[in-house]
Design a protein around this ligand. Structure first.
Ligand code: PSU
Ligand code: MN
Length: 303
């Protein structure tokens, strides 16, 4: 078996009711226990309250699970040694029947396989600062280029080179739509200073754009940039200070490849004494609301 779809999720899909996919790297590598499990379960609740069925995705004994049970989510939050699995890791983790946390890229892969159009996360991977030398560009961006899933995020962290990330997405034909703003969101902060070409003011407008992309056969994802609510946003100057320090420490320690993102996230979390964790949780909640609304509108258009 390659993919196991939760019966409740399958039933919703069969009846053209809204489903929202969620990733598991944010659980196993993005937040500490027990906040990771509490957040994952609270996000699912918000999605239900907004009329959609949540489908948290992860790999259990080599099988892609679309719609983990609360017990499975709890286990994901606690268990040691769960691998961070992006596209290139997938064949090995499946053949060895391991547990794996799905990144944005692999969550998109399983969501698309199951027929889930909308996926909610916190931040996506992107072009890292210094990528001109290191070639460190997240596989998330290539997945957005090719796989038919709409990803709702709060932009990307300034650990990345945001202008280059936008250039990359443009080259690969990925629409980036600002929800109620025409500025790219920067995860902890509302403002990135980067202008987006398109502002969308309702879930209905976004659903229509998704439908045209699908009907035209323009394969690939759509990225929705939904800024963190102002009251939970962090001070950009303080964040940039911590980010620069974390990047310097990473270079000093020679950390690279798939360990870069988790290292930077953990270091920044330490440096802000958990303040960043609160923001992180709130922005995911906010994305869950918007994602459920988009999934609902898209079902109406299809139906
Ligand atoms: N950015 C965040 N939080 C995260 C991640 C990124 O702010 O948890 C995770 C996501 O799962 C994303 C992955 O898909 O890191 C990107 O890792 P990499 O840069 O190695 O592709
Ligand atoms: Mn990388």
């Amino acid at each position: 078996m390659l993919v196991r779809v939760n019966p409740e999720v399958q039933k919703a899909l069969d009846e053209n009711r809204p489903v929202v996919a969620l990733e598991s790297t944010i659980i196993s590598h993005g937040m500490p226990y027990p906040q990771n499990v509490e957040t994952a379960l609270a996000v699912e609740k918000i999605i239900r309250e907004h009329g959609a069925v949540p489908a948290t995705i992860g790999i259990i004994d080599g099988v892609g699970v679309v719609g983990m049970t609360p017990e499975e989510i709890e286990e994901f939050g606690k268990r040691k040694g769960i691998l961070k699995v992006s596209r290139r890791d997938l064949p090995v983790v499946m053949s060895k029947k391991l547990w794996g946390a799905t990144t944005v890229a692999t969550t998109m892969i399983f969501a698309a396989k199951a027929g889930v159009e909308v996926f909610v996360t916190g931040g996506i991977g992107g072009v890292h600062r210094g990528a001109q030398q290191t070639f460190d560009i997240s596989a998330d961006l290539q997945e957005l280029a090719h796989t038919n899933v709409t990803v709702v995020c709060a932009g990307a962290k300034a650990i990345l080179d945001l202008p280059l990330t936008l250039e990359y997405l443009e080259t690969f034909g990925v629409p980036v739509l600002g929800y109620k703003t025409d500025e790219l969101a920067a995860f902890y902060t509302t403002h990135s200073g980067l202008k987006l070409d398109y502002q969308m003011d309702s879930a209905e407008e976004i659903a229509a754009a998704i439908q045209f992309k699908r009907e035209m056969g323009l394969d690939g994802g759509i990225l929705i940039s939904n800024p963190i609510p102002e009251e939970y946003a962090m001070d950009p100057e303080e964040m940039n200070y911590h980010i620069d320090k974390a990047i310097a420490e990473m270079e000093e320690k020679g950390i690279h490849g798939k360990d870069s993102t988790p290292f930077l996230l953990a270091t920044i979390k330490e440096a802000t004494k958990g303040k960043s964790l609160d923001s992180n949780i709130q922005l995911v909640f906010n994305n869950a609301k918007v994602g459920a609304m988009i999934a609902s509108e898209y079902c109406k258009l299809k139906g």
